[in-house]
Design a protein around this ligand. Structure first.
Ligand SMILES: *Cc1c(COP(=O)(O)O)cnc(C)c1O
Length: 454
């Protein structure tokens, strides 16, 4: 291992989501290059990127199409401010996203948390511009994750990220999570989701005068530990928000761009109108980031409806949305996003993913057969009631308080990058993973889990 680089990193880089002292026993991994699903360290040892580098990489590292698009853009225009100026990539991307989502106005930022901030501010500001200044509060789901800046953390409900900063945060109420694992014994995922929707309606009906928006991660609460739920909850949430005039913010930062089997997870909430071949628009605001550039450059966007946009359109400057970030709509990032969207079309990715997902699911059934590996696991799952999607998770029953860390370390030693969340082990690989690589990842996972359960 390149000890000098590791030591210099520990001296000068404050790593995210890390107790730095733990690096006394768990060393950093210095990565020199990436190719396809593989990351290579400075000694040439390779690791299969089983978490798509924190859920951002869709089509593998060193992807020719995305790389070429960025290079071409680099020779034309690297950046220009988006206030008072515009450019081809940002216009094209906004038009494409409008077509895909039915939400015709795109506001850009650089990371997911900023997208959450923007959606919250826009919702509040819409009500204010519309003569309803009392609608200032937000609700989210129990165990939700919407980012870690102060506003986003205010609607996040993951104790380890939130509790320390509680005195700094705006208050928000959490609705019962429809996570199927929380159902009563004998109660199905759908019945439980409906029960949670009833609780949501109860709360919203009593508080609608002060509620601006309900923010939700459609189908999978990823950071909570890949908590999955029945799509009927989304359908109910949409109806409840419409009935009581509360905005619905779909945070598709993690699940957007094909992760759950459809381009966007919230598509699964609504029926296709076959006469029009269209789905009704689900969200008032949709937040996108992570996979949007295929994992190449930071970019996020909040999409919204024309009616909301129109409430800001006025002679008065203060009615405008004056929010800004320096790198808003960066042309290089937009060109990476356009190349990413092209791959979905040219390579028929959603169809291909269905096949890959079914293959992985089939292989994972062997895991479910506990006797073959003696692994104490439960709740083996993938999105859409196990029907599709490129997220695979199970929970490990163990008394080891350091299970996540030990499993991570054991997998790395086997040449696999996974990052368990508590006792939940998941794979969220790049869509380009092939059969051989899938077997490799599953073998290494089994090995790592069996080592870490103790
Ligand atoms: C990752 C994530 C965010 C925050 O995005 P960052 O780019 O890390 O700030 C917000 N919401 C969800 C659902 C996420 O998974």
């Amino acid at each position: 291992m390149n000890q000098t680089l590791l030591n210099r990193s520990l001296q000068s880089v404050w790593h995210p989501c890390t107790q730095m002292k733990q690096h006394e026993t768990y060393p950093l991994t210095p990565i020199a290059r990436g190719d396809g699903v593989w990351l290579y360290d400075t000694d040439g040892k390779r690791y299969l990127d089983g978490v798509s580098s924190w859920w951002v990489n869709l089509f593998g590292h060193n992807n020719t199409a995305i790389k070429d698009a960025i290079k071409q853009q680099l020779d034309t225009l690297e950046h220009v401010m988006l206030a008072g100026f515009t450019h081809q990539p940002v216009v094209e991307l906004s038009e494409k996203l409008a077509k895909l989502t039915g939400l015709g106005h795109a506001f850009y930022a650089s990371d997911g948390a900023s997208a959450t901030e923007i959606a919250l501010k826009m919702s509040f500001h819409f009500w204010r511009n519309s003569g309803k200044p009392s609608k200032t509060k937000f609700i989210s789901l129990q165990n939700s994750y919407h980012g870690e800046t102060l506003g986003a953390l205010g609607v996040t409900d993951v104790a380890i990220f939130k509790d320390t900063y509680a005195p700094l945060l705006m208050q928000s109420a959490q609705m019962p999570s429809p996570d199927f694992r929380l159902a009563e014994t004998g109660e199905g995922a759908e019945a439980y989701a409906l029960r949670c929707a009833d609780a949501l309606e109860q709360y919203v009906s009593e508080h609608s005068h002060e509620l601006a928006a309900f923010i939700i991660e459609p189908l999978v609460q990823c950071a909570a530990g890949m908590a999955m739920y029945h799509p009927v909850y989304l359908k109910c949430a949409r109806e409840i928000c419409t009935t009581y005039s509360v905005h619905l913010i779909a945070d598709e930062i993690a699940v957007g761009f094909g992760r759950t089997g459809t381009m966007f997870a919230c598509e699964q909430a609504t029926e296709v109108n076959h006469a029009l071949k269209e789905r009704p628009v689900f969200a008032d605001f949709m937040c996108l980031s992570k996979g949007i550039t295929g994992g190449y450059l930071p970019l996020s966007v909040v999409l919204t409806r024309d009616e909301i946009y129109q409430a800001f359109y006025d002679e008065k400057v203060t009615k405008a949305f004056l929010h800004s970030h320096s790198y808003t709509g960066n042309p290089l990032a937009c060109s990476a996003a356009l190349a990413t969207l092209s791959i979905f079309e040219t390579d028929n990715i959603l169809q291909k993913n269905r096949e890959t997902s079914d293959f992985i699911w089939g292989e994972m059934q062997a895991l479910n057969n506990l006797s073959s590996h003696n692994l104490p696991i439960e709740h083996l799952r993938r999105p859409n009631l196990n029907r599709s999607g490129m997220i695979f998770a199970f929970d490990v029953i163990t008394q080891n308080p350091n299970f996540a860390r030990d499993c991570y370390a054991a997998a790395l030693a086997q040449g696999l990058l996974i990052r368990p969340i508590g006792n939940t082990v998941y794979l969220m690989p790049p869509y380009t993973i092939n059969h051989e690589e899938i077997s490799y990842a599953l073998q290494a996972s089994i090995h790592a889990v069996s080592k870490a359960v103790k």
